[in-house]
Design a binder for this molecule. Structure first.
Ligand code: GLN
Length: 453
């Protein structure tokens, strides 16, 4: 629970050691007593979960790694947290992230960086670097993340773990601090595909408190894993590789490693199909207009009146001056950059040119995927163009940071599920293999993921 047991990774912003231990002891007591209560325990009862700190929890602070919410305690639990409690899975603590989940390295946290357990001089990815690092460093067996443009999958790729962004609406967003509501999705971080599936089974399913929640359940994800794991013959599986996705910007070793994995799948009997997704590359630009537009609206509530630590200018001020001072002090640079960008993209006179065009691109990306999935069962890409980069390398270069999301963003724009499974090592660092499937086919991703991991 202290810095030493964190081994310098600094994955957690808050450790809930005592309560988690008490919750686990209670499960032990129930199990030892036997009888109907023991029999009705969830199979994962007693297994602790770390929770990204943009997911609200009663009894533990929720900061979203922002000074704006430093010290804030939520009066209610997110639905995913309620479901963990119902399954008696102890909540181990709250993990570090880029402020309000904006970033790809966890360096934009107001409370310090998290280090990559594989190499302490490198980033763990972001925004959910804390959750991925906690799992990779064996500080937690499971963690929750949120993925708006890759924040579960990129950290999984950088830390050699499994990170799944479920179908949009498959997991409730109630109690998840909104970044870009049409893209945000909660999902599991784990060390194996089976573990990730088990956690999604607990947190997923319809929630009346989230109006975008899917009405139907997505089937037995554990059975999907069982069907896929250990399968050495992949005959009948159609795997799509995107041809018009320029890989020039990729780390050369990763590009080679990816091609080797594709060859291995072919040898195992999978049919490799070259598919065209002409708007794949345009997704990044569309995302960086749609996402900040939604951010500018969602973060309006942090004004020191409705939410956020109020800052009153010296000598007092009008309510507008108080709100301005609150936001000037409470938000970090990256958050401000996105609010300004989004406000601009939505302003009269620019709306059609920026936000309107981006929405059209979003539709085209969705259509590309729909056509691709008529020919293949899953799409395969690297989860990130390169392995974990050194701390400090991109923190002052927003464009370079945004380019990390090149392969993860399309799944958010289209609302389809995507998972990063360990691809192997390049230059001694892990890289991630991303699989994507049509919307609602999360079980298919777990099945294929279990076969290829
Ligand atoms: N890196 C992306 C961004 O900064 C992804 C963020 C996320 O998924 N929360 O927007």
């Amino acid at each position: 629970a202290d810095a030493a047991s964190d081994r310098g990774v600094r994955a957690f912003l808050h450790v809930n050691a005592e309560e988690a231990l008490a919750d686990a002891a209670e499960v032990d007591r129930i199990r030892a007593a036997g009888g109907t209560e023991a029999e009705s325990l969830h199979p994962l009862a007693g297994v602790p979960v770390a929770v990204k700190d943009n997911i609200v929890t009663v009894g533990q602070p929720t900061t979203a790694a922002s000074m704006m919410l430093d010290g804030w305690m939520s009066p209610y639990d997110a639905t995913v947290v309620t479901r963990l409690r119902q399954a008696r899975m102890p909540i181990l603590g709250k993990t570090n992230l880029d402020e309000f989940a904006m970033g790809g390295s966890t360096e934009h946290s107001a409370f310090g960086i998290t280090r990559n357990p594989w190499d302490g001089d490198r980033v763990p990815g972001g925004s959910g670097g804390g959750s991925a690092a906690a799992v990779a460093a064996f500080l937690a067996p499971l963690a929750l993340g949120s993925d708006t443009g890759g924040s579960i999958r990129e950290p999984a790729a950088f830390t050699g773990t499994v990170g799944m962004k479920p179908t949009y609406g498959a997991v409730s967003r109630h109690g998840v601090i909104a970044m870009a509501s049409s893209l945000d999705q909660v999902g599991p971080a784990a060390r194996t595909v089976a573990d990730a599936a088990a956690l999604q089974q607990v947190i997923g399913g319809h929630d009346p408190l989230d109006s975008t929640s899917l009405p139907e359940a997505l089937g037995d994800l554990g059975a999907a894993v069982a069907a896929g794991s250990g399968r050495s013959n992949l005959a009948g599986l159609r795997v799509g590789v995107i041809t018009d996705q320029p890989m020039e910007g990729y780390h050369p070793g990763l590009r080679e490693a990816f091609e080797q994995r594709v060859a291995q799948l072919r040898e195992a009997g999978a049919e490799i199909v070259e598919v065209s997704c002409p708007h794949f590359s345009a997704a990044l630009g569309a995302y960086y207009l749609i996402m900040p537009s939604e951010v500018s609206s969602n973060l309006a509530r942090f004004d020191g009146v409705r939410y956020g630590n109020r800052v009153v200018p010296d000598g007092g001020g009008t309510i507008e001056q108080v709100m301005a001072a609150t936001r000037a002090e409470g938000f970090g640079d990256e958050v401000k950059r996105r609010i300004i960008l989004g406000t601009y993209a939505l302003s009269a006179g620019y709306y059609d040119a920026y936000y309107g065009s981006a929405q059209k691109v979003r539709t085209l990306v969705q259509r590309d995927f729909a056509e691709a999935f008529e020919q293949v069962d899953v799409l395969l890409t690297p989860a990130s163009p390169h392995p974990a980069f050194p701390l400090g390398e991109q923190v002052d270069d927003p464009l370079a940071m945004y380019l990390n999301d090149y392969t993860t963003i399309p799944a958010n724009l289209a609302g389809v599920p995507g998972v990063s499974v360990p691809g192997g090592l390049v230059d001694g660092l892990p890289w991630g293999l991303q699989l994507m499937a049509p919307a609602r086919e999360d079980a298919r991703l777990y099945e294929v993921g279990a076969a290829v991991e």
